[in-house]
Write a new protein. Structure first.
Length: 386
């Protein structure tokens, strides 16, 4: 019975130890990934690598599927971004699919297509690719674009129609930045391009809600609304000099720092990954910090950035899973490890205790056997007589 109890005790301890090992093995991959994510939370390039590698492991056809979808939507730039991502990750893309992407990129860059999109950007100020952005920036650099937007929104304001105050404010800031661009001979060109892209994203509904709210607050601080309203009431595209002078009086340069930094970061993104990449960033960004992270990501990943943003969304820029959840994975793994070590300790102690009890029992049995044997008392008497 005693052996049965000892065996049951050891079996129970070994069972708990095996359970701890199983739990620890199940939690360890999650804990290891959580540790890497928490360590990389301030580095968007490393963070996006962790997330994209995980996504590619779980879906082997992810790249090919996204390339097909991008080509179907006529977005050759995004398709080419996935080709670059596949090349960097060592993923095979068929020659046929690669050729289709290459042909689409060539077609999108043709002279006729570029001219058509350039004219669209120049006249309407809408931007969704490199050509249309070139037209928009050209119009804004020659003040036509910003005056057009200020006068159009100003007339809406005067007649009581719906007014896009954000476009109105961005155009006002743009006129002041354009003057600085000329003075610095293009030194603030990225800021000018960034403002044009933010304004264009707003027009086509691709400015994230959080970023829209932030930009709206910033514009209200930068632009003196009563002075601007008086200026636009008399403004005209046909009198650019007078209109610019009147509008610039409404600009508060001392409060424009945050908005200018945002525009500069957007311009940096556009320089590295193109207009559509910048518009993708503006769509998912919830504030200027997201845009600044996207600029760092674009500088590190280059042409792959659009593909990364497409797959991960805002998760490419910051922790997609809450830090609390990641910490809980680590805590769970540590608990499992503690349980495993405790099981080893308990098993060792019980095995040692059982061994000592068995050793003591054997010694007592030998002593009892010696006392009960016939030679035992005689030997004891002989010793006494001697």
């Amino acid at each position: 019975m005693r052996r049965l109890r000892v065996g049951s005790t050891l079996a129970g301890a070994l069972g708990r130890m095996a359970l701890s090992v199983a739990v620890c093995a199940a939690l360890w991959p999650h804990a290891r990934e959580a540790t890497a994510i928490l360590a990389a939370q301030d580095d968007p390039a490393v963070l996006s690598d962790i997330h994209i590698n995980s996504a590619l492991r779980s879906n082997q056809s992810l790249v090919a599927d996204h390339i097909e979808a991008a080509l179907a939507e006529g977005d050759s730039d995004l398709a080419n971004s996935f080709v670059e991502l596949a090349r960097d990750k060592g993923i095979l893309v068929s020659d046929k699919l690669s050729k289709r992407v290459s042909d689409a990129v060539t077609d999108a860059g043709s002279a006729s297509h570029f001219a058509k999109r350039f004219a669209t950007g120049l006249v309407t100020g809408r931007t969704d690719d490199v050509a249309s952005l070139s037209g928009t920036v050209a119009g804004d650099l020659f003040v036509y674009g910003d005056i057009r937007d200020v006068v159009r929104e100003g007339k809406h304001l005067a007649t009581g129609e719906d007014v896009d105050r954000l476009v109105l404010g961005l155009a006002t800031v743009g006129l002041a930045v354009t003057a600085a661009t000329y003075v610095s001979v293009g030194g603030v060109g990225p800021v000018r391009a960034g403002l044009s892209m933010v304004k264009g994203a707003r027009k086509v509904g691709r400015l994230g809600e959080g970023l829209t709210q932030w930009a709206g607050r910033s514009v209200r601080e930068v632009v003196d609304a009563p002075v601007l309203q008086q200026a636009v009431a008399k403004g005209s595209v046909l009198r650019p000099g007078e209109t610019i002078t009147a509008i610039k009086a409404a600009f508060r340069a001392e409060k424009a720092g945050a908005l200018v930094r945002l525009a500069k970061d957007v311009g940096r993104v556009g320089e590295k990954i193109g207009t559509r990449g910048a518009l993708d960033t503006l769509r998912i960004a919830q504030g200027p910090k997201d845009v600044a992270r996207a600029a760092r990501l674009a500088e590190s990943k280059g042409g792959q950035t659009r593909a990364i943003l497409k797959v991960l969304g805002r998760g490419a820029l910051l922790l997609a899973t809450g830090a609390f959840n990641l910490t809980m994975w680590l805590f769970g793994a540590l608990l499992a490890l503690f349980g495993f070590l405790s099981s080893i300790k308990a098993t060792t102690e019980r095995a040692t205790e059982a061994w000592l009890r068995r050793k003591k029992a054997r010694r007592l049995r030998r002593q009892a056997a010696a006392a009960c044997s016939p030679s035992g008392p005689a030997l004891a008497g002989a010793v006494a007589q001697g």
